[in-house]
Design a protein around this ligand. Structure first.
Ligand code: SF4
Length: 250
């Protein structure tokens, strides 16, 4: 069956599924053949990791997220990411869990909403360390899996990435839009296939507080941590709904 018959519409979701999508070979923005990829969690990372692997771009995962609270939440997100890195044969660097520094960095921003200045400070911290580690280990290209989440502000993430890269001569932050060409769809699909742990809040203690407050105000049950997995449980969209409601209110 020809491609045009198999997919009746250009935006047919089936076209972008893991099984059908023909991954393009990506060119890095500075010609680099290797990248240090900051990763926030396995669900966001997997599609990006697959895209880079398909383009033969040598990828090392840098898991650096001292924002994640509490420690057992941090550990489960990290272990899921290690599991997928091992599956793809990618190197994995386990960054510091310097929580105190993160709280110092975000002091005074405790009541800022998601996608506000606290998140900028959070991205800045994580990407600055990513750029520093990249420079120390001979990389001149970095990026982050954070940008694939449709509820994150891409400009905000890219701004932090660009600032972090500018700390080192010749360093580039790759602003590639990992969501396009069905990236968001495959992100969920891979998460279900892999039965990744399904987190229900962005990561910090303030995002947990605010998500629970939103749920309470909308008659929803509070966050359940460490128990839900894609593919085994219904995909929880509560946090997405909260952010969507905030978006609509702006
Ligand atoms: S909501 Fe997410 S991005 Fe914003 S400060 Fe908290 S952990 Fe960082």
């Amino acid at each position: 069956m020809s491609d045009s018959k198999q997919f009746q519409r250009k935006d047919d979701p089936a076209r972008f599924s893991v099984d059908n999508f023909e991954r393009p070979v990506l060119d890095t923005p500075n010609g680099a053949d290797k990248i240090l990829l900051h990763s926030c969690c396995a669900p966001c990372a997997a599609e990006v990791m697959d895209a880079l692997a398909a383009s033969d771009i040598q990828t090392t995962i840098f898991f650096y997220n001292p924002n994640i609270h509490p420690r057992d939440e941090y550990e489960i997100r990290k272990q899921e990411n290690i599991r997928y890195a091992e599956k793809l044969g990618m190197d994995f660097i386990d960054g510091d869990y310097n929580v105190r520094d993160w709280f110092d960095r975000t002091k005074g921003m405790e009541w800022e909403p998601e996608r506000g200045v606290r998140c900028t400070a959070c991205f800045d911290m994580r990407f600055e360390v990513t750029a520093d580690v990249a420079a120390a280990q001979g990389y001149n290209l970095i990026s982050s899996t954070l940008g694939i989440s449709r509820w994150k502000n891409m400009d905000q993430i890219n701004g932090s990435g660009d600032r972090a890269a500018a700390r080192h001569d010749g360093m580039k932050y790759w602003t590639f839009n990992w969501r396009k060409q069905g990236g968001s769809q495959r992100m969920i699909e891979i998460s279900k296939n892999e039965e990744f742990y399904q987190q229900e809040y962005c990561g910090c203690v303030y995002s947990m507080r605010d998500t629970n407050a939103w749920r309470e105000g909308n008659g929803r049950e509070k966050i359940k941590r460490l128990v839900k997995f894609y593919g085994r449980d219904a995909v929880v969209e509560d946090n997405d709904e909260k952010v969507a409601a905030e978006n609509a209110a702006e």
